[in-house]
Ligand binder design. Sequence first.
Ligand code: 2RA
Length: 330
Amino acid sequence: MKIIIAGATGLVGRTMIQVLEEKNIPCQIIPLASKRSAGQTIQFKGKDVVIQELCKETIKKANADYALFALSASLSAKYAPYTSQYCTVIDNSSNFRQDPDIPLVVPEVNAIQAYADAPIIANPNCSTIQSVVALAEIYREFGLERVRYSTYQSVSGSGKQGVDDLNRGRLGEANQFYPEPIYNNVLPHIDDFTADGYTKEEHKMIQETRKILGDTRLKISATCVRVPIESSHGVDITFKTKKKASVDDIARVLELAPSVIFYSETAEYPTPLDSAGQDKVLVGRLRSDLAEDDRGFRMWVVADNIRKGAATNTVEILEKLLEYKSTKGL
Ligand code: 2RA
């Protein structure tokens, strides 16, 4: 099996390669990146693989079975439809996520939508993935009347440019990427502002949660905040269930939720450092929302934004597709 990794030298692309290797997926990789990186090598399963320039010619010549895309939205728009003529594309950008014909998949929640034989499958936004993994089983058991997200997102969510800006601040240099200094600061601003006073990141969390849970009318609001840490995102989620539930009922569901590690002891909350480098979604600080009379809860959810929030989720979509095709004898 041949897999194109488009954007192989970025944080997400490199992690995709690492996750394919860790999971021992039987494949050969074709790393593609900008002209600047072409000719350099990348290690995969103990061997050096030469990076080629991302262009239509190399995509066609690759004769690949799958393509994992870790590109900007504009490059994905340019190359994903072309690549999908030759193989299934799993795309990390925001470009196709709201297209009604393109499945938006978190394997624990809606893997079934990946089996529709779509030429492109979209991987959700990092802060959405971890939130939906934590909410999905609660939604199934009790329904959700409304959800509010407040995020604490690390600089690696902005890629290398974000990490570089944090390091500049540590060295006493001025910010070049974020509109305000990120070192010793927090910025209530991720992605562009929209006319309603929200940001595109906040709208991504709202729209993507609805699409993944299959509930277009779910009431959701979000505030997304960049914090000066290098990896993992935290999300404070407040939610109100439709059916009556107690904190113990919600705890029981979280204990059993696939991919969730639930911290039942209040004082043993998970932190971004606990989640960095692993693929589980860590949930703690579950309690009643004191601003609600009943059915209101809040919880703290952390996950590695580059792994479960991007690279691992993409590779897990691929694994689900492979499993499905092998059970169907395809
Ligand atoms: C961020 N969600 O953290 C974005 C990355 N895809 O900026």
